[in-house]
Design a protein around this ligand. Structure first.
Ligand code: KPL
Length: 371
């Protein structure tokens, strides 16, 4: 951890949803100073009044029938800052930033901290879907894109891209509490320096990678190409699980084909046809878009991965299901929408993803109670 003026630099966490709270709490419990960046002054005050405490309810560690009374593991002494105060230029540089916002909220949230990031900063991104780093670069660091084509060297932060299969959800009535419903894993990779940029990464990049690796969240550092493969597999899992559970309003396990049919009639229907068809469509897109990865992204491999994620997150409520239930916009454009656009670019039809996209968007506009 960098020590400036005798003070350890905090890891700032942007996005206080289920995943952001889970990581913030574990980072704090691992001994790091942590600052959560909250949307409003009143949220920051509420957080300070509870002693800067985040509770993680470890649902995954409980046997299935015991649905209540789980002890929460608390991490306290976490600092909070409000993002709402525009022009908070007085606040210092952020050396380590973990962005755990929803894909669709990331550009807006990033805009509020961009002025506090410099070339010595490291930003770890942890969104579902694809294209968030490209969108950030296009919006805030357009020079970095010209640099990849040999343009002038850009003073951008170092980016770490991660993906996680931990299942977690929040209950709206519980402030700063996250339920860790299923123990998954996490992979991340440091974005390699762009052509022409210094090849030595800032200290903050190694520190951020070390901090993530040491969390009790099965986090592993991957090479950049390996991470790309994992992002594509995770995209497939999110494209099948999230809209289906959001539209039906069920936990992930309900659509898990191996669930006993007695407890899940939709699970049985999925076994019969839907899941393999959806996976085959995604694999067909990948085959054209990434021919080099053909052997690793065949329909059987995609289906095996989706089924694995369904099994390990059976007790979770997918993030899209939670968004729909709360009347919020979803990540569908970054997940199924991304696959539809990729299919269009490579001449592969994507009727299932197109339909899922359209249905989720209709559901988004019909409001929480479906009026
Ligand atoms: O990423 C998820 C999500 O809900 O967004 C999974 C891994 C599917 C867990 O529910």
């Amino acid at each position: 951890m960098v020590v400036l003026a005798g003070r350890q630099q905090p890891i700032h966490v942007l996005g206080a949803g289920a995943v952001g709270l889970l990581f913030a709490s574990h980072l704090r419990r691992s001994g790091h100073p942590v600052t959560v960046l909250l949307r409003s002054q009143s949220a920051a005050e509420r957080f300070c009044r509870r002693g800067g405490r985040i509770d993680v309810v470890d649902d995954w560690a409980r046997p299935p029938p015991a649905e209540s009374g789980a002890a929460a593991a608390a991490a306290d002494g976490i600092q909070a800052e409000a993002l709402a105060a525009q022009g908070d230029g007085g606040r210092g540089v952020i050396s380590h930033l973990l962005v755990a916002t929803k894909a669709q909220d990331t550009i807006r949230a990033f805009a509020a901290v961009r002025h506090r990031l410099g070339p010595q900063s490291t930003v770890a991104l942890l969104q579902n879907g694809m294209g968030v780093l490209d969108a950030i670069q296009a919006e805030f660091y357009p020079q970095s894109q010209s640099q990849s084509q040999g343009g002038p060297v850009a003073a951008t932060p170092t980016f770490i891209v991660g993906t996680t299969s931990h299942g977690c959800y929040r209950v709206p009535a519980e402030d700063f509490v996250t339920h860790h419903a299923s123990m998954g894993a996490c992979s991340f990779a440091v974005h390699p320096p762009l052509p022409g940029a210094p090849t030595t990464l800032p200290e903050s990049a190694q520190e951020m990678a070390d901090a993530l690796r040491r969390l009790p969240l099965a986090a592993v550092e991957a090479s950049w190409p390996d991470l790309h493969l994992q992002l594509l597999l995770k995209l497939a899992a999110n494209a099948v699980i999230n809209p289906t559970t959001a539209l039906v309003g069920c936990c992930n396990g309900h659509i898990w084909p191996d669930n006993p049919p007695a407890s899940s009639s939709l699970g049985a229907a999925a076994t019969a046809g839907y899941l393999p068809l959806a996976c085959a469509e995604i694999a067909a897109v990948y085959e054209r878009a990434y021919p080099d990865l053909r052997s690793k992204l065949a329909a059987a491999a995609v289906e095996q991965h989706v089924t694995h994620i369904l099994r390990v997150t059976a007790r979770n409520r997918s993030s899209m299901m939670q968004d729909i239930a709360a009347g919020r916009a979803t990540e569908v454009d970054w997940i199924n929408g991304h696959l539809v656009r990729l299919g269009e670019r490579h001449g592969v039809p994507t009727p299932i993803n197109t339909l899922l996209c359209a249905l989720v968007k209709l559901r988004e506009t019909s409001g929480p109670a479906g009026e």
